[in-house]
Design a protein around this ligand. Structure first.
Ligand code: T46
Length: 132
């Protein structure tokens, strides 16, 4: 499975906590794009696609959601519920996002600019791509 949960290093003191994310340091790629997802709804699912080459780190800055990760052979579920962990997802991984808590906010760091051509949005096509 081409994903991992990364424990982010926390700079904390009595004033609160701070996490710094740096390309090619604690983020394992050059960061070319940042986007965030907010005003999510518990009954609405997102994702349902894979990327041919894109690498990303997803962080639940606030609230929680469930990520379903699928490499075409097996499926695993991960809860994102703390800003202290980042979910790295590499290429050729089908992902779905569901069970958003009200007010959940996700921040996503991406290894490349937005390119809709690079998405695989059809699950059967994804299976062909990864399983041949
Ligand atoms: C991913 C998951 C975690 C842009 O114009 N620029 C962008 O950089 C992105 C990411 C999206 N968009 C447009 C395309 C759609 O019209 O924003 C709209 C919503 O995008 P999408 O339906 O792809 O959103 P999600 O939440 O299903 O997926 C997103 C990312 O697209 C995807 O790469 O891994 O978040």
């Amino acid at each position: 499975m081409n994903y991992k949960l990364i424990n982010l290093d926390i700079k904390g003191d009595r004033r609160g906590k701070l996490i710094s994310l740096e390309g090619n340091q604690n983020v394992p790629f050059d960061i070319k794009r940042v986007y965030y997802i907010f005003d999510t709804l518990p009954d609405e699912e997102r994702g349902k696609h894979a990327h041919k080459n894109l690498e990303q780190i997803i962080i639940a800055i606030d609230g929680a959601c469930q990520m379903v990760l699928d490499d075409g052979k097996k499926q695993e579920k991960v809860w994102l519920n703390t800003p202290e962990k980042g979910l790295y997802i590499g290429k050729n991984m089908w992902r779905e996002m569901r069970h958003f808590s009200y007010g959940c906010k996700l921040m996503v760091l991406a290894s490349d600019h937005y390119n809709p051509e690079e998405y695989i949005r059809d699950y059967d096509e994804f299976l062909k791509e990864v399983n041949g």
